[in-house]
Structures are given as structure tokens and as C-alpha cells.
Design a protein around this ligand. Structure first.
Ligand SMILES: Nc1ncnc2c1ncn2[C@@H]1O[C@H](COP(=O)(O)OP(=O)(O)OP(=O)(O)O)[C@@H](O)[C@H]1O
Ligand SMILES: [Mg+2]
Length: 303
């Protein structure tokens, strides 16, 4: 059977299962079929099928059961991930434990407050925003009941795809420019429940794109379309460009990445000031105490 037909058959089965779940009243998230594609290295296109229920009958359970739309599934390359400091999927790595703790600290306030969108920000370049956002996304996806969308919203210096070893043909910039659909840009890096919306190249009109009407439309679309999904945004440096400021208030909450010994007090105060309209859930001290596990991360929940 063709891959797409298999995926459609699976989607129909999921649709039926979701209907039954909706009737029984318990919401359950059914994820993309792990068996939808052949072995790694083969990109497959699984069809995400919105449930064919009438709009009036849409329930939480049916919304949760919406599946990937033509999400490219990429093969896993653990070696590449580790070389790029993506360790959260490696159960034997002590730093993965650190991300499990960070995951819990982040998820508790998000779940308590019903927050779905998290901005991972930093005052300056190269503090580790992408590394933290990516590991956090992996770690949350590996938590059994939680699906995650990781959005590379750094249109000037996108790195998410390269850290995961993805080769996107379409990126967020294309979606914002109106030349591609959201569905066509989504990719699955080989971890169940994790979807990446990558960016490509280096777009000089990033501020315009990120503050565009399409971005304003896209944010609620990403949030509302998958009711149980956490959406993590990897953002450009707060102080380096105007890119982030234009739409910071659109996120439910923000996590500030601080580079140990490099970010000055002035930079951090300015970053905190810019985050005032956003729920600040904590900071991560990256590249920290050499004595800490992996010379890595500390988490603080207060400003
Ligand atoms: N804890 C760490 N220890 C050592 N190196 C690290 C650590 N975290 C990240 N790095 C490295 O620092 C570099 C910058 O990391 P990353 O790309 O995550 O930063 P960024 O803040 O997203 O940068 P940019 O502002 O360019 O988007 C990468 O080479 C990354 O592997
Ligand atoms: Mg980055």
C-alpha cells in the first residue's frame, strides 16, 4: 500500500477511535503513526486529517485527535544530535536529567495556568537559546502525554533544523510570506509527539515577517488547533534586533536563557523589562558552573 494510503487508513481508524473517545468523555491524544514510514533517511508524508465532524460537534477530544498534515518524518541521527548538544533523548546522559527537571519546572506553571505557548528568549546572541529550546522540546515530547511543536522563529539565524539534522525545503518564512501552507512546512525529527516548524536561510525582512498580520493569525492557529500541544518558540536575541519585541506579548509565558559570566546585569535588567508584558516563568543559567553536571544548566523560577 502506498505510504499516503496507509496514513489515510490510519487516520480513519484514529478518527473512529477519537469519536469513541469523545463519546466516552475522556480526552486522549493519538500521535502520528510511528510505523507510517520505512526506515530512517526516508522522508515520508503522513497525512494529517482533520476529523470530519461538523463544526458544531467539535469537542476537546476531537481537536486533540487531529493528526499531522503531510509532516515529513526524518530519520534519527543520535550522533548528530549529540554533536549539537541535543542530549534530552539520550537516557544515559546526565544532562538529560537536567532537562527532565527543567521540563517539570516549566510544565507545572504552564499546566496550572492553561498556558500553551512558551517563548525561549535570551538577551544576546549565542547564549544557548536554541540548544535549551530544542532539548526542552525533546524532553517534553518524551513525557508520555504531551505533544510539542518547536517553532524556529529566528528568521535571521535559524539553527533548529541544522541541530536536529533536518533538511527543510519549506520554512516559517515561506509560511509567513504566504507562499506555503503551514502543513507543508512541518517536520517530525524522529521523536514521537515532536513536530518542528523550521526556518531556513537568513531573511533580512524578518522583523516585518514576524510582526506581519500572517504571524498574528498564525499564533492563535498554532495554539488553538492542537488543544493539548505545547508550542515552544526559539526566538532571536531580545537586545540585538527588533524582531522579538514586536510580538512578545503574544506568548503565554517566557523562559529567559542567561549565559553564565557573559550576560551583564544591565543586559539582564533590560531583558526583564522587555518581558514585562509576558508571564515570566524563570531563567536558565547556561554554560554555568563547571562543577555542575555537564558544566550546564541551573534553573531559577524568580526574576
Ligand atoms: N551548556 C553549554 N556548554 C557549552 N556550549 C554550549 C552550551 N549550550 C550551548 N552551547 C553552544 O553554544 C553555541 C550557541 O548555542 P545556541 O545556538 O543554542 O545559542 P543561541 O542563543 O540560540 O544563538 P543565536 O543567538 O545565534 O540564536 C552552540 O555552538 C552550542 O552548541
Ligand atoms: Mg538560536
Amino acid at each position: 500500500m502506498e505510504l499516503i494510503e496507509k496514513a489515510l487508513a490510519k487516520a480513519r481508524a484514529q478518527q473512529e477511535a477519537a469519536r469513541q473517545t469523545a463519546t466516552s468523555g475522556s480526552a486522549e491524544t493519538v500521535m502520528a503513526p510511528a510505523d507510517a514510514g520505512p526506515a530512517p533517511e526516508v522522508a515520508s508524508f503522513a497525512e494529517e486529517v482533520a476529523l470530519a465532524d461538523s463544526p458544531g460537534r467539535r469537542t476537546q477530544a476531537t481537536l486533540d485527535a487531529i493528526r499531522y498534515v503531510r509532516t515529513r518524518v526524518q530519520g534519527v541521527d543520535q550522533g548528530h544530535w549529540l554533536a549539537n548538544r541535543l542530549v534530552a533523548a539520550n537516557s544515559t546522559d546526565k544532562v538529560a536529567d537536567i532537562f527532565r527537571i527543567l521540563r517539570t519546572k516549566v510544565l507545572i506553571p504552564m499546566r496550572e495556568n492553561g498556558w500553551q505557548t512558551l517563548a525561549v528568549v535570551g538577551a544576546t546572541p549565542a547564549v544557548g537559546k536554541t540548544t535549551i529550546a530544542s532539548n526542552l522540546a525533546m524532553s517534553i515530547a518524551l513525557d508520555a502525554n504531551q505533544s510539542v511543536l518547536l517553532v524556529d522563529a529566528d528568521l535571521r539565524r535559524p539553527k533548529v533544523a541544522s541541530y536536529f539534522g533536518l533538511n527543510p525545503e519549506i520554512g516559517l518564512g515561506d509560511v509567513l510570506a504566504g507562499s506555503a501552507s503551514l502543513e507543508s512546512a512541518l517536520m517530525n525529527p524522529g521523536i514521537e509527539r515532536l513536530v518542528v516548524l523550521p526556518s531556513m536561510g537568513s531573511l533580512q525582512n524578518s522583523t516585518e515577517l514576524l510582526s506581519s498580520l500572517r504571524m498574528q493569525e498564525l499564533l492563535p492557529e498554532l495554539r488553538n488547533r492542537y488543544a493539548s500541544r505545547i508550542v515552544i518558540f526559539d526566538l532571536p536575541p531580545l537586545l540585538a534586533t527588533g524582531d522579538t519585541l514586536a510580538f512578545l506579548h503574544n506568548f503565554d509565558c517566557a523562559l529567559l536563557v542567561v549565559e553564565n559570566g557573559r550576560n551583564t546585569a544591565e543586559e539582564l535588567l533590560e531583558a526583564k523589562r522587555l518581558l514585562q508584558g509576558t508571564n515570566f516563568i524563570g531563567w536558565v543559567l547556561n554554560k554555568g558552573d563547571p562543577g555542575a553536571v555537564g558544566g550546564y544548566y541551573h534553573y531559577g523560577a524568580t526574576g
